[in-house]
Ligand binder design. Structure first.
Ligand code: SF4
Length: 367
């Protein structure tokens, strides 16, 4: 991680999390600002990633995942802990998403936890699934913040909450010393090694991710895996089949809470950013169709072929593991699985909630 500067919002310097980060990065120059900075005309995304901005969270802390109406959504909520990411995946949606620069980290943890408690109290009769990996990588700064351990401690008094920490790192060190939290699952985005090498700059290799997952498994954590984004390229079948085999050579199916599949998709403005910032990325020149959510997607027949094959490979290893599609439409679901959530059967949200409930009940019986 190559931060060159730390920016601190005035008033945020006394937060314990700020102090912890400053202690971990003692040699970096500091600058204070009165208000949130905006992108300058000349600043590049790459430069922007070299500044760490410590600030207080002011907006909406917990939001429903922005699922669109024609696509089947898993119904989880986003817990906003920071934005942007020190890694630099060529396809990252965040390149086109934020109008604020820098890697932002929210340091007013007490206030964040207070808002979380209010949210949990309001929904105390439901299972709440939250994720921190929507606007940043869940563990990319964890070695500086120790946030995952603080979160596990906070969640121990909320028996109906599950937080999914989604990552492309191997930064599990803060999750290992304590007993595994029943409120946390750690999940990894997976891609074949050649895709990781070419397109996921700064991220852990496939083998580092799976080794970290194996350590978490040994500790007793439940795990999730996300084949997302899946790319279609000559030889994709062999590459993804091999990746599925590698996954199951390291991880026991019983440790896996769910696996999701999602083909590469993008909002049109991202294309020119990828062309400009990642000129070697060829995947952007394939055939795409504009979908109902205005994203560009592979043609449906291609997506169905990809999902069917991945699903069958996964099934040969783990009959019981729920496999779901991230943001796909009913027609694709029907063609891949032969059923559509919410049509004469539980919704996807209910299916995943039930999976969590089943795990918690089984664990309670064992103890
Ligand atoms: S790890 Fe995730 S958030 Fe970070 S650059 Fe890659 S896609 Fe974006």
């Amino acid at each position: 991680m190559l931060f060159k500067k730390i920016l601190i919002e005035k008033g945020a310097e006394t937060a314990p999390l700020t102090q912890r980060v400053l202690k971990a990065l003692p040699d970096l120059p500091l600058e204070w600002v009165d208000r949130d900075p905006v992108f300058s005309q000349t600043e590049t995304i790459a430069e922007s990633k070299k500044t760490l901005y410590l600030t207080r969270f002011k907006g909406e802390l917990i939001k429903p995942c922005p699922g669109t109406k024609d696509y089947i959504c898993c119904g989880y909520h986003i817990l906003h802990i920071g934005s942007n990411c020190p890694m630099d995946c060529s396809y990252c949606i965040l390149q086109a998403y934020f109008n604020q620069p820098f890697i932002r980290l929210f340091v007013n943890i007490e206030e964040i936890f207070l808002k979380l408690r209010t949210f949990v109290y309001r929904h105390h009769e439901e299972i709440i699934r939250l994720g921190t990996g929507e606007f940043t990588d869940s563990l990319a700064l964890d070695h500086l913040t120790g946030f995952s351990a603080l979160l596990a401690q906070e969640l121990s008094s909320h028996p109906n909450v599950l937080v999914e920490l989604k990552t492309k790192t191997a930064a599990i060190q803060n999750l290992i010393p304590a007993a595994p939290s029943k409120n946390i699952i750690i999940s990894w985005s997976l891609n074949p090694s050649e895709v990781i090498k070419k397109e996921e700059r700064g991220a852990a290799s496939l083998s580092e991710r799976l080794k970290a997952a194996a350590v978490c498994q040994k500790k007793g954590y439940r795990l999730g895996f996300h084949f997302d984004p899946i790319f279609y390229f000559p030889g994709w079948e062999e590459s993804y089949h091999q990746t599925v085999q590698t996954l199951f050579s390291e991880i026991r199916p019983e440790s896996i809470l769910w696996i999701s599949l999602g083909c590469f998709r993008f909002m049109p403005p991202l294309k020119s950013i990828i062309q400009h910032r990642h000129p070697k990325a060829r995947y952007i020149y394939q055939e795409f169709i504009p979908a109902l959510d205005k994203k560009m997607r592979y043609p449906q027949s291609q997506r169905v072929e990809i999902y069917r094959k991945l699903f069958n490979w996964i099934r040969t290893w783990g009959e019981e593991i729920p496999v779901y599609l991230c943001m796909e439409n009913a027609s694709v679901w029907g063609k891949v699985f032969g059923y559509v959530p919410g049509m004469g059967m539980p919704t996807l949200k209910e299916m995943l909630d039930q999976r969590v409930r089943g795990w918690w009940e089984k664990d309670a019986e064992i103890q």
